[in-house]
Design a protein around this ligand. Sequence first.
Ligand SMILES: *Cc1c(COP(=O)(O)O)cnc(C)c1O
Length: 389
Amino acid sequence: MSYLSDDWLKTEYAALKQAGLSRHLRTVMSAPTGRIILDGREVINLASNNYLGLSTHPKVLDAAVEATRAFGTGASGSRLISGNSELYATLEAALAKAKGTEAALVFSSGYAANTGVIPVLAGERALILSDALNHASIIDGCRLSRATKKVYRHCDVAHLKALLAESAGFQRRLIITDGVFSMDGDIAPLPDICEVAAQHDAMVLVDDAHGFGVLGENGGGTVAHFGLQHQGIIQMGTLSKAIGGLGGYIAGSRALIELLINRARGFIFTTGLPPATLAAATAALNIMRSSPELRQHLLSHAKRLKTALVELGFDLLPSETQILPVVLGSPQRAVQVAETLLSAGVFAPAIRPPAVPSGTSRLRVTVMASHTDEDIEQAIDAFALCAQI
Ligand SMILES: *Cc1c(COP(=O)(O)O)cnc(C)c1O
């Protein structure tokens, strides 16, 4: 076979398809609310990370439009050169306040934040201890750091402790965990992790992409949920989920932020975010903090849907959050259920390896505060059609 033609690419793709692992892009033709127009058809949206519905909040839209008129559509440079709009300072101060830290630093995405911060915290002589189900951006950050990485079993603090007991030869130790796991919806045992970390002088980095805006007082996230703000935990998060926009951030001490500005390649070598994105995030953050009713709606929808799916006989992992993993096993079965749901007007896509471990293909079902009770009941009716697949 010649690699000058694209035959080998076609062969690779055919193999993916054969294994039930090929993916294709769907087209969304509306705003990401509780119901969307997907490939031309209205469906109930159980696949959005816009948990609180803030990406279409009128005040957030106004902020984005005003910032665009005042500052234009793009940042025009990296933050260290000409792209550090004054809108960053306002957003970062609000983030530090929301997270209960001295300072915060915004990156262009959550992916950039994780791949930026991990190599700064852990170099070649460091040991990283990473939960088996951590997000792919953490895995990539670990690779870029060149540190030694050991993976502990999911949420297994005894295993973490055993690995730390053999870590004396390393210069530094860094424990990394999702706060709320993105595909399982369960919450990391942070108090126990912090206790073990203190015994071994290890740093703790929590990726709170899915806890921020949802858990804890004023939506502060997983660290706030456990009341651990004063434990020196480094908190990573995104503005792309409950905040409804785009961007990632690291919240921690001022010393950490100053070093990141100087060393984090994912911060330095990329253009700043558009003014609209920064202003929208600040507006959404303020609404998020002062709207406990949005969190109540979200979690009560999750509870209703979860109870109904269990009654229908589906196998749900023990999530306590807005993320409901409906485990179906093989990728083929997951796809078949997803397609049946879609033809009944409900969008809950199949999640397959490598996003989840093999044999645990699933639907990752998420609810939104802006769903109506009827949306949820209609979704349950559609799931009832799939109970025998
Ligand atoms: C979505 C996500 C990220 C990446 O954030 P983006 O802003 O989408 O780049 C990182 N970690 C977790 C756990 C996520 O779910």
